[in-house]
Design a binder for this molecule. Sequence first.
Ligand SMILES: Cc1cc2nc3c(=O)[nH]c(=O)nc-3n(C[C@H](O)[C@H](O)[C@H](O)COP(=O)(O)OP(=O)(O)OC[C@H]3O[C@@H](n4cnc5c(N)ncnc54)[C@H](O)[C@@H]3O)c2cc1C
Length: 444
Amino acid sequence: MTGQTLRNRVEGAVLEPGEPGYDAARAVWNGMIDRRPRYIVQCTSAADVVEAVRFATEHQLAIGVRCGGHAITGHAVPDGGLMIDLRPMGAVTVDPVARRARVQGGALLGALDRASQAHGLATTAGNVSHTGVGGLTLGGGMGWLARRLGLACDTVTSFEVVTAAGEILRVDREHHPELFWGLRGGGGNFGVVTEFEFALSPEPGQALSVEFLLPVAAAPGAMRAWRDLGTHADRRATWNATIDGSAVSLGFVWVGDPEPGTKVADQLDDALTAVGAAPQRVVEPLTYLQLQTREDDTEAHAWRRYWKGHYFTELVDEAIDAILDRRAPDLPNVSLQAYGGAISDVPAEATAFARRDTAFEFVAASRWDDPVDDDALMTAARRYAATLEPYASGAYVNALSDDGAPGVRRAYPPAHLARLRALKRRYDPGNVFHLNQNITPADA
Ligand SMILES: Cc1cc2nc3c(=O)[nH]c(=O)nc-3n(C[C@H](O)[C@H](O)[C@H](O)COP(=O)(O)OP(=O)(O)OC[C@H]3O[C@@H](n4cnc5c(N)ncnc54)[C@H](O)[C@@H]3O)c2cc1C
């Protein structure tokens, strides 16, 4: 096995340990990940991906698939294996008449948002522009447009996929319909997606960020009032809350004409005042593209990161109290983001993404830079998240970290998991694509 053999088979660059660019190419978003692939293949086409998959299987090398590199687990980077680096395949082409975007498998969300907004169009993308379209969409894809348009995976009309056998398939409702079902939420288990086609919707690009800031001691009543008002919120509003240390923000993000959004902000103001909270009100008009990039710096690369996630079908009072119990040391920051709307219009059995009755997604996230703090911060995050577990209904596959097989069972109910395993047996019986939140061909 030599790198030269591999180089002869692909157009893209092949990097080996010690070569210029190798260390930069193996670095991902989470600074905790320090793995050394035997080869990094910087693929430029589906044909390159085919050769990389074939070479890896011929030589029994574990395959990692890298798009944005944002999975907290760093699954994209296989120690001693072959990393399929899709970043050279980052192009997005928009057909404004057909309202479709063709998105290469290594594209970042920012490229999709920018190319679509240039024509007054958009589809659901996540909240940070340097996240990859690949991992985000294959696991579901939650963003500020999801309550209106559905998850990112709901707006995919077709995929081009390189399978474990090295075949290139076009997958849509008519062609390989079961694989089309599985790719919409089943993660990177079934092949390497070299192109996504998304349906786009008109989106003039106005947004509003509404936050009410208050200390945690004043938050229990306020968070209940915020939750209650959000239950029937307009689909243009996505209720969200954050806790940073002991500072709480309750509010929502509005995408659309800001005028009615301001009225909703007034209603929330009244509801918070009625329970005796006196929060600081911060209302910020933004363009859609500003909204989509405003967290890019706080979510910068290279920090050490750890997180734990839950889904809640209902945010009960006891869960609110547990979330607001911030007495322990080293606690992670928290975000809550509402689902519902168009996400729950889709029947749960229609896609591999199953948790469509979710009311809120909870993520507890820690960020630090000194490895000395690893244990204390990860332990604190685990303990804190465990206090919420009794109220949780499952978890988002893209928010799983070191949860292993039990985490996969939290992401998919039994019927979904059985169907996903059957699909895995059909398209990847040898579990070639196992570096992911793995759906094993047999019961795990
Ligand atoms: C800062 C930040 C913000 C986030 N915000 C959101 C958000 O708003 N909404 C949301 O839903 N999620 C969000 N997430 C979670 C995100 O969806 C996951 O971390 C996701 O795995 C990132 O995808 P990626 O392509 O960047 O990561 P990668 O690490 O490159 O990929 C993750 C896994 O996906 C698979 N994969 C990726 N691309 C392909 C492909 N083309 N073909 C086949 N398999 C592929 C592989 O199994 C890979 O291991 C966020 C994550 C971060 C770090």
